[in-house]
Structure formats: C-alpha cells, structure tokens
Design a protein around this ligand. Structure first.
Ligand code: ATP
Length: 364
C-alpha cells in the first residue's frame, strides 16, 4: 500500500480520558501541519474510547471502535484512567490493555533521550526500552477468560504471570531490529530476574540469547532488574536498547523518563506486525485534567514514532521527513525555553506550547 495518488493516509484517533482529549488534539494539529509540509494529507478517523463512550455507546471500547480498527494500520490513543474503572462491570474495558493484547501489539517501544534546553539528571542519555506488551504480570492480559488475579479468601490474592516463548522471541527480535536501525551503540540489553523467577524469566532470557545468536552483528548483554535500575542512573551511556518483560518495562520506562526530563516528554509506540498505536508513557493525569496545562509533547512525539512506522506500511518516505520535522520543531521549542508547561518549569498552557511547536514546524 502506498500513500496513494492523493497522498493521503488514514489514522484512527481515540482521545481517552482526563487530559487525553487535550493532548490528542494538539497531536493531530502538529502531525497534520508537518505531514502537509511534506505533501501528505492525514485523514483522521475519530473513534470513541474512554469513559465518555460509556454514556454514548455503552462501553469504554465500543463495538464500533473495535470493528473499525482492523482496517486502519495506525492509531493514536490518549491516556486512559483505567485504574478508576469499576471492577466487574463489563462496560468498563481497559482500552489500552485490550488493544495491546487483542491486536497483538506485542512490543511497546519507549525511547528516552535528553533534550537541549531541558535540565535533567542525565543529559547524554539516549536509550530505547522495548517492553513486552501482551503478557507478564498484567492480569487483564493473562487469561482468555477471567482475570489473572485470584482471591481464594478475603486475605489472600494470587497473581498469575505468563511468559511464553512466542511472545518473548517476537519482542526480542523487535529489539534487535531497533538496535540495528538506530545510530547508537548497536547493543541490546535483556533485563530480567532469572535468578529468582527461574522458569519465567529464565525462558525470557533464553529467548533473548537465541535471538542474540541470530544477530551476531549486534552486541548483547543482560542484567538483573535491580542492578539495572541502578546502572541506568549511574551509567546510562552504556545502554542502547533494552528488552524486558511487561512490568519491568513499565517501571524502567518511567525511571528513564525521570532521568531525561519527566513524563511530559516520554513517548511510546505499541507495535505489532499489522498495526501500531501511538501512546505516551504517562497516564491520564487526573490532577491537571481540564486546566489546560498538560504537556502534549509526549503524545506528539508518540505520533512522530507512528509516522515513522507508517512510512514502511505505506512505502512513503515523506512520512519519515514529516516525523523529522515534528521532532526538530519540538527540539527548537524546548531549546528556546519560552513556552514550557508547568511540568517543565514554565507557565505555558497546552494551547500556547502547541502554537509554539506549530510555528516551529512552519519555520522549518
Ligand atoms: P498510569 O499508571 O496510568 O501510567 P501514573 O500513576 O503514572 O498513571 P500519571 O497520570 O502519568 O500517573 O501522572 C503522574 C504525574 O505526572 C501526575 O502528577 C501528572 O499530573 C503528571 N503528568 C503526567 N502526564 C503529564 C503531562 N502530559 N503533562 C503534565 N504533567 C503530567
């Protein structure tokens, strides 16, 4: 498939909860402007997802959304407040977990790099965390029916963790492909706890070693998660691409984000073989929802990652150029330091930082 004679591509947009609609609208505006600059028109397909959809369509992930998504390769999802969804009410599905699992978006790719102009703990850091996305300790992903947390009596909970060879191999292969594409150390680090979780993490590590043997041009090492959590702070320059299981990846990507400027700058892309979903690392930030001060950059950068992925699907190199334009515009805006939102120490609003990024796109 190409971007078509008309130069247009379709992208699904799900706004999510709390700050979701605010930052997703900034994202579509910036991507639109950058894509237009490179001769591509993005046709946005809005689809309901999140709490607002319960009132209008009876579910946080309505049938209409589930049925439309298979035909659209690229999606944007705003953060969802799934922790507040009532347990046991079938109308409240976690859209994020459901989509990752059911559409086999098996790797969650989370780059963490420092930005000029933004003070941070580790200014030279530039790593990518590739998190397994479809199993592990996340109860909503672990069983075909029911939930991976069991409560045999009031005072006991058993949580089931799933690790499979298939999921471990495919996420490891994705990590090696990223290490090869990137202009970095050309190294993959497997992070695990195989000394204690000998079977589960042992299987994950074995799979990573197998894929390392298939990719002798890429260096490989592995660390226990506790040691690695410290090492990432002390010696981040030794790390390039990290591959790890679901929960470790969740935790380490917030740590990595904290080292390079915070959650407001941390993008993510959930990728499978057929579909990819842009989704910032952060949650729905209910404490600042509706105040107009959410930082949209993490979501916009996630959108740029999606454009890079879509450039392969549509054989459209101009989407890579559009992603470059978005990232350069954000770098220029951050470097100027005038339009920073409160999480970055400034007083800008979502609207004013979006306007600054749009102006930087126009100026590029
Ligand atoms: P989840 O578990 O769903 O990822 P979380 O517990 O990590 O959520 P967040 O919703 O990410 O929590 O919020 C953590 C803190 O970071 C909050 O104080 C929130 O306001 C802030 N925060 C998160 N995202 C942004 C953003 N885009 N702009 C500004 N502040 C943000």
């Amino acid at each position: 498939m190409t971007a078509g004679a008309s130069g247009s591509i379709r992208v699904a947009v799900m706004e999510g909860d709390d700050i979701g609609p605010e930052i997703v609208r900034s994202t579509t505006r910036v991507l639109d402007r950058a894509a237009q600059q490179h001769g591509v028109r993005i046709e946005w397909i809005p689809l309901p997802a999140g709490i607002a959809a319960v009132d209008t369509e009876g579910s946080t992930l309505p049938i209409r959304t589930r049925e439309a998504l298979p035909d659209i390769p690229g999606w944007i999802l705003g953060p969802v407040s799934h922790r507040d969804y009532p347990i046991g009410d079938a109308r409240y599905v976690n859209p994020s977990g459901y989509l990752r699992k059911n559409f086999e978006l098996y790797s969650n790719v989370r780059p963490a790099r420092a930005w000029p102009g933004i003070e941070c703990v580790r200014p030279k850091m530039d790593v990518v965390i590739v998190r397994e996305n479809t199993e592990g300790f996340y109860a909503d992903r672990n069983l075909i029916d029911g939930n991976g947390e069991l409560r045999p009596d009031l005072d006991t909970v058993i949580s089931v963790r799933v690790v499979t060879r298939r999921a471990s191999l495919r996420v490891a292969r994705q990590a090696f492909a990223i290490a090869r594409e990137r202009n970095g150390l050309r190294k993959v680090t497997c992070v695990h706890k195989a000394n204690v979780l000998r079977r589960g993490d042992g299987l994950f590590l074995d799979c990573c070693r197998q894929v390392a043997a298939e990719n002798p041009d890429i260096a490989f090492d592995d660390f226990l998660v506790d040691a690695f959590a410290m090492r990432l702070i002390l010696r981040p320059d030794d790390t390039d691409v990290v591959v790890t299981t679901n929960m470790f990846g969740d935790i380490l990507s917030d740590e990595a984000a904290g080292l390079v400027g915070g959650l407001g700058l941390a993008p993510g892309l959930n990728t499978g073989d057929e579909h990819a979903m842009a989704q910032a690392v952060h949650g729905s930030a209910p404490d600042i929802a509706g105040k107009g001060i959410a930082n949209p950059i993490a979501e916009i950068l996630s959108g740029a990652l999606l454009l890079r992925w879509l450039s392969r699907v549509h054989a459209a190199p101009m989407l890579v150029e559009a992603a470059d334009t978005v990232e350069s515009a954000i770098a220029a805006t951050l470097a100027r330091g005038e339009s920073l939102t409160p999480d970055l120490g400034g007083t800008a609003t979502t609207e004013s930082i979006t306007a600054a990024i749009l102006a930087a796109v126009d100026a590029s």
